[in-house]
Design a protein around this ligand. Structure first.
Ligand code: ASP
Length: 332
């Protein structure tokens, strides 16, 4: 019998009535009804009962430790949490955990007391994936609406739709049909770079540019921050007047150039004028490639936690190489 450990963290799947209280893990599992998890040995960890917007770095560091320890016992893993930050939890686990057994993150878009609540179906599909040895070694997976997504690619794309999770530019790896996972595509590589750590004390800022931005938020980035992710325009462009301030910042802390568009990779040499991606990379910024800003922030956070900074500066080549690896640019 396959063993699956379910970590419940709260979120909409447990938000009966919509107030601040969240159901217990036992109540969430009970929503499955009789027989659904019948062929499985399911162990429950009632880990947190929070809206996912209130999960802290400390919560996620503790979760990653427990997931790694659980995998070492031979169990598959399902993490159940709110959808608002689900893609960040999934990607962080993807960076920190190997997947000798499947690790699946799921949640729900409709509260359990509303018509058409999707929590039980998502949980049942996630359990099926976590119990299937054929879904091991794919990196951390996200399962909702019967679709199986790679944590590295998936994003929440809609505030209310039950099919909110999508992998722009790639699509899902597979789906769950009649309760059985069917993997159609395999990722070119997995994200875990070992040994990566996650230190909750590291601080990485995320600044999104908007038209006419004068850079006041960049000016306010004082020594509290160890790194910056810039969600820039288009394929990695900034106003000409921000190039010098960004170069000064990049001389002190790693500055990763990502795109605010929501899909596609940052470029490296298509545009070469002032404020272009070519100029910014030449001035010391690091390309995020296809990683969206929130995921780029978590990758930079783990790299800085793992020794990519020192009192004399930071390891720009090492960080650049790690981004290339995780985004597939470095895959053979
Ligand atoms: N969607 C929210 C979340 O991500 C719902 C909540 O507040 O529980 O957790």
């Amino acid at each position: 019998m396959h063993r699956v450990t379910v970590f419940t963290l709260g979120g909409t799947i447990s938000a009966r009535g919509g107030d601040a209280s969240r159901m217990t893990g036992t109540e969430v599992l009970a929503g499955l009804g009789a027989g659904i998890a019948g062929g499985l040995d399911v162990e429950l960890r009632d880990f947190r009962r929070l809206p996912s917007s209130s999960l802290s770095f400390e919560d996620l560091a503790a979760l990653a430790d427990e997931v790694r320890a659980t995998l070492a016992t031979g169990s598959g893993v399902v993490v159940v949490q709110g959808t608002d930050t689900l893609e960040e939890t999934a990607f962080l686990l993807d960076l920190l955990c190997e997947t000798p057994q499947p690790v699946v993150v799921t949640g729900a878009m409709r509260r359990p007391d509303l018509p058409g609540a999707d929590g039980p179906a998502n949980l049942a599909a996630a359990l099926a994936v976590a119990a299937d040895p054929g879904c091991a070694g794919l990196g951390v997976l996200v399962v909702l609406a019967d679709e199986i997504h790679a944590a590295r690619l998936v994003r929440k794309t809609h505030t209310t739709s039950v099919t909110t999770f999508a992998s722009p530019g790639a699509g899902p790896l597979g789906s769950v049909v009649e309760g059985e996972p069917r993997i159609l595509l395999r990722p070119a590589g997995t994200s875990a770079i070992h040994p990566l750590r996650f230190d909750p004390a590291v601080r990485v800022a995320l600044v999104t540019l908007s038209l006419g931005d004068r850079g006041e938020l960049l000016d306010d980035l004082d020594t509290r921050f160890d790194g910056l992710v810039l969600a820039a325009f288009g394929a990695g462009h900034v106003p000409t007047w921000l190039v010098d301030p960004l170069e000064r910042l990049a001389a002190r802390i790693p500055v990763v150039l990502a795109s605010r568009t929501g899909a596609g990779a940052t470029l490296t040499h298509t545009y070469r004028g002032p404020g272009s991606e070519h100029e910014l990379l030449h001035r010391g910024l690091i390309p995020a490639g296809p990683l969206d800003p929130a995921k780029a922030r978590l990758l930079l956070h783990t790299l800085l936690s793992t020794g990519a900074k020192s009192t004399t500066g930071y390891d720009r080549p090492g960080i650049t190489a790690a981004f290339a690896h995780v985004t597939g640019a470095g895959l053979a």
